[in-house]
Write a protein that binds this ligand. Structure first.
Ligand code: PLP
Length: 386
């Protein structure tokens, strides 16, 4: 007889908690216990849980029109495309996907198409994360994630993040693009330096390579501007975003600088679900709530407050990041232990590395809730010896 096993494929190591509902920055589990969510479903739930405007927009759109395919246009998608491109001065053109990794695939395909078969290599960063589909995985600079999935698509090389010289050596006649996270997320929250990004932009211009930014995690207001590159002084040729865009509804997109956009023509790329009415209505609502509630400013302010307060806690060596995308570097491999204890005490964070905590709360986090989170983490860290 078959043993009664989990019906799931064993891809996730999960905490023994099941959530039933959420409200703003709080979650409630099946036992009714309340949690302060300082992770937001990994930088996804940007405007908080169960935002009434988002719930209403999705319900209204669902009762009107859910899907038509990309053989036709739909109103919410037209509005979303106009809104998104207006956030970058109308100088980009957009393609919609359903996830981050699909947006990366689009960016890579675009860079190769634009190079017209003459160049195909993408130079990526060590420790980067770009997704789980095969090309995005090949772009990801974490060899342990490649294991068992070879052969990966060819044409990806990796250079040390923030090491301009290593990138300079890695870009050659075969390079069609450089792909970077302006702030590495899954790798442990490591921001690129302004000098590095400026140097990379210059290198790309000199050598005729496109500069692609992965803003899947850092985009949509998380760092205090719509996209982090807008405060970093380096304009990409192509950038992608996803996580926070739909506030939890799956959607991603790839934006291409308008003067390059002719390199894609009908038939070159596509998606059955991408840019559907429901996802578009959700994302449109998320973007307008971010504006109405001043969440870019809030992300900057509360992010700065959190960074300052976290910095003074025991075991904390460094707080990295921008806005509400923060990494807390601890002095030893206690991140998993701290995360588990925090969960028990009703605060959700993430151990992004063995000695690094990640904090990516909803952008509407209040000062009071931020300080409560810090005080719980402070209690936990004070009680750890060493
Ligand atoms: C999450 C993430 C991805 C992958 O996005 P999915 O929606 O999980 O496919 C890619 N790049 C970065 C920087 C991410 O944070």
């Amino acid at each position: 007889m078959m043993e009664a096993a989990s019906p799931f494929l064993n891809t996730y190591k999960r905490f023994p908690v099941t959530f039933l509902r959420g409200e703003g920055v709080h979650l409630f589990d099946t036992a009714g216990k309340e949690y302060l969510d300082l992770l937001a479903g990994i930088a996804v739930v940007s405007i908080g849980h169960a935002h009434p405007k988002l719930a209403k927009a999705i319900a209204t759109q669902a009762s009107q029109l859910i899907h038509t395919s990309n053989l036709f246009s739909n109103e919410p998608n037209i509005q979303l495309a106009a809104k998104l491109t207006s956030l970058v001065d109308g100088t980009f053109r957009v393609f919609f996907s359903n996830s981050g990794t699909e947006a990366i695939e689009c960016a890579i395909k675009f860079a190769r198409k634009a190079a017209a078969g003459k160049r195909s290599t993408v130079v990526c960063a060590e420790r980067s994360f770009h997704g789980r589909t095969l090309a995005a995985l090949a772009a990801t600079g974490q060899p342990q994630k490649w294991k068992g999935f070879e052969p990966l698509p060819a044409g990806f090389v990796h250079a040390r993040f923030n090491d301009l010289k290593h990138f300079e050596e890695s870009i050659d006649d075969s390079t069609c693009a450089v792909l970077l996270e302006p702030i590495q997320g899954e790798g442990g929250v490591y921001p690129a330096t302004l000098e590095f990004l400026a140097g990379i932009r210059k290198l790309c211009d000199e050598r005729g390579a496109l500069l692609l930014f992965d803003e899947i995690q850092s985009g949509c207001g998380r760092t205090g501007s719509w996209f982090s590159w807008q405060q970093l002084g380096a304009r990409p040729d192509v950038f992608v975003t996803a996580k926070g865009l739909g506030g939890g509804f799956p959607i991603g997109c790839c934006l291409v600088s308008h003067e390059l956009s002719h390199h894609f023509q009908p038939g070159d790329h596509g998606s059955t679900f991408g840019g559907g009415p429901l996802a578009s209505a959700a994302a449109l609502t998320v973007l307008s709530v971010i504006e109405e509630e001043g969440l870019l400013e809030n992300s900057k302010e509360i992010g700065a407050l959190l960074a300052e307060e976290l910095q003074s806690l025991p075991h904390v060596l460094e707080v990295r990041g921008r806005g509400l995308m923060l990494g807390v570097q601890l002095d030893s491999d206690i991140a998993a232990q701290v995360t588990t204890q925090a969960l028990e005490m009703g605060v959700i964070i993430n151990a992004v590395a063995s000695s690094t905590l990640r904090i990516t709360p909803p952008l509407c986090l209040s000062e009071k809730d931020a300080l409560h989170g810090v005080s719980v983490l402070g209690d936990i860290l004070s009680n750890i010896q060493g």
